[in-house]
Design a protein around this ligand. Sequence first.
Ligand code: UD1
Ligand code: PEP
Length: 422
Amino acid sequence: MTKMIIHGGTCLSGDVTIGGAKNSTVALIPAAILADTPVQLNMVPDILDVHNLMLILKSMNVRSEFADGMLTIDPTNIVENILPSKAIKSLRASYYFMGALLGKFGEATLSFPGGDNIGPRPIDQHIKAFEALGADVTNNNGTVHIKAGKNGLHGAQIFLDLVSVGATINAILAAVKVKGSTVIRNAAKEPEIIDIVTFLNNMGAKIRGAGTDVIRIEGVEKLEAKNTHIVIPDRIEAGTYLSLAAACGDGVTVHNVIPEHLESFIAKLLEMGVDLEVNEDSIFVPKCDHFKGTEIKTMVYPGFATDLQQPITPLLLKANSRSIITDTIYPERTKHIPELSKMGANIKYRNGSIVIEHTDKLTGQEVSAGEIRAGAAAVIAGIMAEGTTTIYNADNILRGYDNIVDKLTELNADVELLNDDM
Ligand SMILES: CC(=O)N[C@H]1[C@@H](OP(=O)(O)OP(=O)(O)OC[C@H]2O[C@@H](n3ccc(=O)[nH]c3=O)[C@H](O)[C@@H]2O)O[C@H](CO)[C@@H](O)[C@@H]1O
Ligand SMILES: C=C(OP(=O)(O)O)C(=O)O
């Protein structure tokens, strides 16, 4: 495990460039095994999730190489194999191998996926989709076995009971090479889903409607990569740096942003009085001294992302009035509260909502990154605080923040990573 040391109190300025989206990349990599040719992805973020997915690929004899944001994956010699359960459990998105392997071999056996500890994360809707496509699914002590039933896989009508990013993508991966027509209704609309569908369609898939709540798929026999797929920018990483820049910046430009992917987040910052300058693919955050508290409810896209409720919290501590956050997606996503409280934050969990009051001063402390975005909140709080903050379990941050130490250092923050045993 790794710890992050932050000497707080610095004022940030300059430029930061956002990497490719974690939540696209972690689906694109499993999707790549459906290809009948080698595949190239560009703008791939250098994050632990990518390295763990590469280990899973290796266990299936799929060669991958990663350098300077370019990831090459060659699935042409893929074999069915037992997947390494440590790597599977290190991240949530390993569940995309369920859909991808089912689509490739008509069968998948996987341990239950890991990922952030943010409350219950069932996969019943993924299973519902696989079953609708004709698969039999069993779960034996955390090992999920999915196998095409005696009539094989077939196109299907899938109605998701709730809007799920993972179930939508898994249904697409399972159905893209299945004979016949599949329709996914009540599908999630996140930009990452459009990215995966763009990747598949460029290889010959026939998928329409990504970005709406009805996705229609005509199964195809072959998927052949003819060009390099460029991963979309990470809207959650962008939101994290925007929050950081508003909380402790003296003029910061965040580059490689698609502002349309961040509309609800940008609207909140503007509503609070953060005077953002939104350009075509960058956002300038000026020095901000006064802003108001606000109310936030996390929602499915295009609503306010659950993954940004913790990163915006340290900024809300600086507002001159109370803020309230209600996470409707993951109501138990509160691992940051005890850690920020230790640092002096006036923050409480009350009646299912997070109540944040103005806090004059944060002080450096020893805290833990209980999950990726709780870790992001601790990083921002640590930079705002007086003194030194040590964040344990920093691997959770490195799961999804590309080159975070270099990016923060470039902005003038005093941050380093150390092995926990030092
Ligand atoms: C790798 C990845 O892309 N992770 C993102 C993805 O996670 P993930 O795909 O796991 O999240 P979902 O969109 O599936 O979850 C949304 C809600 O549906 C519930 N649910 C989901 C599936 C299911 O079968 N049954 C069920 O009840 C979940 O518990 C949650 O309350 O979307 C989340 C919500 O935007 C983000 O926080 C994660 O960063
Ligand atoms: C919850 C998250 O990730 P994952 O689904 O990969 O655990 C996140 O990125 O905030």
